[in-house]
Design a protein around this ligand. Sequence first.
Ligand SMILES: [Zn+2]
Length: 269
Amino acid sequence: MPSARGIIAAVVASILPLSLALIDVSHAVPARKIARARPKPVPEKCEPAKFRILLDVGHTAEALGADSARNDPEFAFNLRLAKLIAARLKSEGFATTRLLVTEGKARPSLFKRVNAANNWRADLFLSIHHDAVPDNLLEEWEFEGAKSHFSDRFSGHSLFVSRQNPRFGISLAFARLLGSALKAQGLTYAHQYTLPLMGRYRHELLDKDVGVYRYDQLVVLSRTRSAAVLLEAGSIINRDEEMAMNSPERQEMVAGAVAAAMTGFCEKH
Ligand SMILES: [Zn+2]
């Protein structure tokens, strides 16, 4: 495994110049105006100990998200991984990291998350999920005597950002850093979101090198005032990848990638 320092250096070197260019373009304000009335950038200056990271555990104990190939709920995967990421971020100096566990039904829980992020004045909202496939792609099998569903057709993580988020440029910059850090761990992103068979789950690929997709309407990405990114950490409907996502090794790789991306981000912002 490459060293954390090596990953950070590689990620920062490869990604930041382009990311910053994208941020400039998206703001599209003449330089003269910026000099006179510069909009308050968020964050002003990233100090790891003060940078307010809200780690959102996708879904709730009442609305569990997707079922895995072995009938375990997505919420449990999200909770376990988000806790590990939070611990890793804190141990690497991001002391103002908070885990957000939300209760209640699915749709209202989305607005609770947005309110939590906005009221807390988060600098970065990162939502942790695990992926499945549309129902029409599911195949049947039996696991421990129970009728179960799977699809081994697709695998990999993916990242989503919304152009409706007021910090879209910052969100995209962080998503690309995280995608690069995951790639540096040897992980491959999920390519299927551009395919017609994904139907209403089809998305524009904003970064084909590291797997950042555009998902404008997603409530937690579009309504948060902070930068916001959603990570599908891996597919739990894929039978092999479900086992990988259950392994401490893979969980550590993902947590390490988030910490590396965050460190790289903070060095440049
Ligand atoms: Zn989910």
